[in-house]
Design a protein around this ligand. Sequence first.
Ligand code: CAA
Ligand code: NAD
Length: 292
Amino acid sequence: MDIEKVGVVGCGLMGSGIAEVAAKAGLDVLVHEMTDDLVDAGQGRIRRSLDRAVEKEKLSASDRDGAWGRLRFTTELSELADRDLVIEAIVEEIEAKKKLLSALDGLCGPETILASNTSSLTITDMAAATARPDRVVGLHFFNPVPVMALVEVVRTIATSDEAFRAVFSFAERLGKKPITAKDNSGFVVNLLLVPYMLDAIRQLERGVASIQDIDQAMTLGLGHPMGPFTLCDFVGIDTVLRISEIMFDEYRERRYAPPPLLRRLVSMGRFGKKTGQGFYDWSGEQPVPLPL
Ligand code: CAA
Ligand code: NAD
């Protein structure tokens, strides 16, 4: 099965990146957001990223214009009916995702594959909300999508070989390096990454070292591209909290439990880079650690 027409639902951090790489790969991409303002914000994010690629001479101006021309935006979910593949990248909440997949199941043709970019929910729970569990898969991209090469391709016990092969080839066509993961909360990467980020917060709560020093320890000591607090701000503190709650609920292991400080930051609306403040203040040239 060839995938040519792609739908992306949710044009936040991840949806905008997924739409961008699909358009750059020559696919016809239709992006859904809830309101016109959210469409404008998502469009702006994609446009800035494409312009930046041209400035850095990673993309020619004509390829940027070609990709831009293959992108369309809508606030009407029914317009996704003709897509070969629809990838959801909405908020990390099971009820919202089940409602969306059930609606798409009713709207789209029988061949359409439905995929989720979830970080921590199981694909099986979403597939069960549709009448096509054989055509529901996980396509877990990494942030920032245009840069990170990995995609975790997730199959459930119900996923058909045909649907799995189609999305695996789709990930390769985007220039990504897919791996296969079993449908378990956190797949491969987040099973390891999430306890690490939460342990860094627990270290901070215990006063072991400062935000900046813990981040520096991991960049200079282990060669990580960014330390755990910069990474939390980058992923989104609200998303890290949701992932932690979901994984704790699934496994009941303390290492997935959300530390109190994480909840406090979310209560204060400090969601990280996307809202301007998280562990750091992102309003200036350089991020500045905030007192906690
Ligand atoms: N969009 C497009 N390109 C981007 C970008 C973005 N948002 N951010 C950076 N880039 C590109 C830059 O253009 C640059 O390209 P060139 O080297 O070709 O010029 C390159 O990435 C490096 O960027 P910078 O020099 O500006 O900055 P950097 O060297 O600090 O790298 C980074 C930025 C790539 C984000 C790097 O810090 C990094 O790899 N960080 C770790 C990211 C990570 O761990 N992501 C996974 C998060 S977890 C997840 O996604 C799963 C989940 O479910 C939560
Ligand atoms: P985000 O908050 O930046 O974007 C989510 C977008 O979805 C928003 O623009 C919002 O308007 C839209 N949305 C929310 N609820 C919706 C609904 N009910 N119907 C339609 N649209 C809705 O979030 P994000 O960081 O892009 O994360 C999206 C998904 O990708 C989540 O499942 C998250 O776990 C996963 N993910 C995130 C990262 C990351 O680093 N942030 C990495 C990999 C996977």
